[in-house]
Design a protein around this ligand. Sequence first.
Ligand code: GDP
Ligand code: IMO
Ligand code: MG
Length: 439
Amino acid sequence: MNTNKSVVVVGAQWGDEGKGKVIDFLANQADVVSRFQGGNNAGHTVVYGANIFKLHHVPSGILNSGTLCLLGNGMVVDPLVLVEELAALEKRGIDTSNLRISGKAHLNMAYHKDLDKANERLLGERKIGTTGRGIGPAYADKVMRRGIRAIDMTGFERFRERLAEILPLQNRILKEIYNHKGYDINELLELYCPALEKLGPMVTDVAQLLIENLKKRKKVLFEGAQGALLDIDHGTYPYVTSSSTVAAAAATGSGLGPQYLNQVLGVIKAYTTRVGEGPFPTEDHSEAGEQLRERGNEFGTTTGRPRRCGWFDSVIARYAVMVNGLTGLALTKLDVLSGMDEIKMALSYRCRGEEVKNFPISIEELKDCTPVYETFSGWDEDISRVRRFDDLPFAARVFLEALEENIGVKIELVSVGPDRSQTIIYQDSKLESWIVPAE
Ligand code: GDP
Ligand code: IMO
Ligand code: MG
């Protein structure tokens, strides 16, 4: 049964596109918001009024009381960090009783973080620039069939037994390869005991919950983390994260068939940023890149690292449309471009004397690609209070129309500031039923 009630929201660049803002904006009308991949490598910012929330595991729908928030089987969950995240939300008066965790989600354990950091050290100059949160090793253990799952948190004895099975090998790897002293099982059990008590009761069959809600025609948002170019298969491998970040993962990472995924909204910035290592054709090392970083406050939500910045890249945007099957775009941070003398947009690349319109598979080829830009006039007006497309400066409208045409997918909404109210909805948007009518 196609319920026509779900929207998958995914990042269409290298992460940090503003997914948290867009999800929070749409979540007002959502019955369910569900994460389906990644873990606390994600940092999703939600701003309303003077309130700023930085979410790492918890779906950005949590600020709407009554919205069911789910962590799907495709995620890796760090129980210690999740407990802290929930405590911080509760301290600020946010009700977290509507959070549920899939029993099939894998646990990101203390030793995964150590392995992540040690791997990066060993790689030296070839490091990935990970968030250091243990994500790669946690997914590696899942695939190696030696992971601990959230269901194992539902009983202390069960958790102890699983850890006792796994720890001897982990300790050998830590000691023999990484020169780490390893972990004592009793110390680990003590460390995790409070998390088991808090999170154990939240563990359930998330797929079943989702199906029941979808069959009742409830509105479900799937919240992607990272972005298309960080996808383990489709991204700039090996400079990627360790999960499938594309829209189809919302099905496998939640336990649903693909027919339940209706609209696929790609969140994309009006320029491009990247954190960590790896090729980035439109990266700008000049004054313009610095301006984008300062004006856009481009510093990592999770690690605080300065983000690499550059102009909008239509080649990666078209690629993100393809690998996700995007049905619409949410364009963010248009306000950051205000006051720039001129604005550039890459239409294609030049590589080894040839024009390249499609994103190359090989990162060696990508490293040799230089962007072919079209230059647009800038605008000086502050657009952060604009709420209708027609009220945007002419130059901004020209930029948006060119962007849509280059990418071949319609813009559904434009964000002109971090606050949930700073959003322009296009008149013919397919998201209409998700928007609260203006008062
Ligand atoms: P996410 O990981 O995709 O959720 O994005 P992040 O939260 O890591 O980074 C996006 C940053 O931009 C956050 O600080 C947001 O508050 C902010 N932001 C989102 N949309 C806009 C916008 O339209 N304009 C401005 N100026 N900031 C925005
Ligand atoms: P959100 O959801 C931006 C990047 C890291 C590194 C690579 C691998 O906030 O958009 P990992 O720790 O996942 O093994 O790191 O992926 N990365 C992100 N970059 N936003 C994110 O999440 C990211 N999550 C991981 O910087 O390059
Ligand atoms: Mg982020």
